[in-house]
Each structure stands twice: as structure tokens, then as C-alpha cells.
Design a protein around this ligand. Structure first.
Ligand code: GTP
Ligand code: MG
Length: 195
């Protein structure tokens, strides 16, 4: 995908703030620190449009990014971050749930999991939750540059197994460092959002 225009539209906490441009949307979700913001920056070829951080829990709102005036990518709050209060976590959960169940423009979900570890219970819940709503799902295994060649196939197989993914469900290894997987992710996004 050639990026001619990329902009951060809004950080929204409330439905009233969601963009009204009617463009198809793809949501990106995953545990805090899994690399969502880094993925968005790599997809959009911008160094720091989405704020990245080594201290997890940075992104706490729904962040809408508009691409080429054709598509919106939505970065949701990272889940499973222990240091935020239970109340905060419940609030994030409600924001995500409300968005997933009500947003007409939503065409598909990219679920990010860390390629170094087995998916967490939260990852599993998110996968099945989104699947239940019949939304097309792409699983992206992030930080693949940190996995040695010897462990690569095994780790990817574990992710499929733990998430109980159908054998034909898409899983793409990705690195924000090397750009591996970027083209394949764009391909999926383009097909899924029909842009
Ligand atoms: P929250 O907004 O807190 O939920 O985090 P996030 O999912 O947006 O993660 P973010 O993109 O901020 O990345 C977290 C950390 O992981 C940062 O230190 C990134 O530099 C690092 N990181 C992200 N992607 C990669 C990758 O592909 N490879 C490597 N080696 N590091 C990565
Ligand atoms: Mg982030």
C-alpha cells in the first residue's frame, strides 16, 4: 500500500467523538506493550504518529488514524495491564466492547499477540469474542525479529493451537524493526475493507 496521506483523527473516549466520515474501519487490539502503536507507525510509514512506549498502558483511548482518505485504523487500549486499577480496566473493557458491538463501519479486526510467548487468557478471550461477532480476524505475531529461526515455526504453531484458530485462518509474523509482514498485513486489510 502506498501511503499518500496519514493522519491522526482523534483520541476518543466517547461514541460522540468517533469520526463521522463513514470510511471502513479496521480495529487493532492486543495486550498492552504487544506493539500496536509500532505496527500502526510501520503500516503508515510514520516514525511516531502513534505514540509508542516501553512503559505499558500508554494508549488509553480509541485512537483513529485515517489513511489515504479511504480507511481508518483504530488503535484500542491495551488489555491485561496489571498496573492500571481494576476500575480503569473495566472502563477500557466497556469502551472496547461498546465499539465492537455498535460500530457500523467496522470491517475487521487485527489481533496482535507476542510471537515470543503463548497467547494469554486475555488474547484468547479477545479472539473468541471477536470471532463470535463474525468479524474477519487477522492474527499478527509481533516482534518476530526477537524469535530465533529455530523457534519460529514452533512458536507460530503454538499461537494457532492456543487460540484454536481454524487451519485456514490467517496468521502473519511481523516485525516493526525489519518491516517483515507489512505487505501481507496491508493485503489483508485492503481485501477486508474493500479499499
Ligand atoms: P500500549 O499502547 O501500551 O498498549 O502498547 P503498544 O501495544 O502500542 O506497544 P508499542 O508499540 O508502544 O511497543 C511497546 C514496546 O515494544 C516498545 O518499546 C517498542 O519499541 C517495542 N516493539 C514494538 N514492536 C516491536 C518489534 O516488532 N520488534 C521489537 N524488537 N520491538 C518492538
Ligand atoms: Mg500503543
Amino acid at each position: 500500500m502506498k501511503i499518500t496521506d496519514a493522519q491522526m483523527l482523534i483520541s476518543a473516549v466517547d461514541e460522540k467523538q468517533y469520526p463521522k466520515d463513514g470510511l471502513p474501519e479496521i480495529v487493532l487490539s492486543g495486550r498492552s506493550n504487544v506493539g500496536k502503536s509500532s505496527l500502526i507507525n510501520k503500516l503508515l510509514q510514520r516514525k511516531s504518529l502513534a505514540r509508542t512506549s516501553s512503559s505499558p498502558g500508554k494508549t488509553q483511548t480509541l485512537n483513529f488514524y485515517q489513511v489515504n482518505h479511504k480507511l481508518n485504523l483504530v488503535d484500542v487500549p491495551g488489555y491485561g495491564y496489571a498496573k492500571v486499577s481494576k476500575k480503569q480496566r473495566e472502563q477500557f473493557g466497556q469502551i472496547i466492547e461498546h465499539y465492537l458491538t455498535n460500530r457500523q463501519e467496522l470491517m475487521g479486526a487485527v489481533i496482535l499477540v507476542d510471537s515470543r510467548h503463548d497467547p494469554s487468557d486475555d488474547d484468547e478471550s479477545m479472539y473468541h469474542y471477536v470471532d463470535y461477532y463474525d468479524l474477519p480476524i487477522l492474527v499478527v505475531a509481533t516482534k518476530i525479529d526477537k524469535v530465533t529461526h529455530n523457534h519460529r515455526a514452533g512458536n507460530l504453531q503454538r499461537i494457532r493451537k492456543v487460540l484454536q484458530m481454524p487451519s485456514d485462518a490467517p496468521l502473519i509474523p511481523f516485525s516493526a524493526m525489519t518491516g517483515e509482514g507489512r505487505a501481507e498485513i496491508w493485503q489483508w486489510i485492503s481485501e477486508t475493507s474493500q479499499t
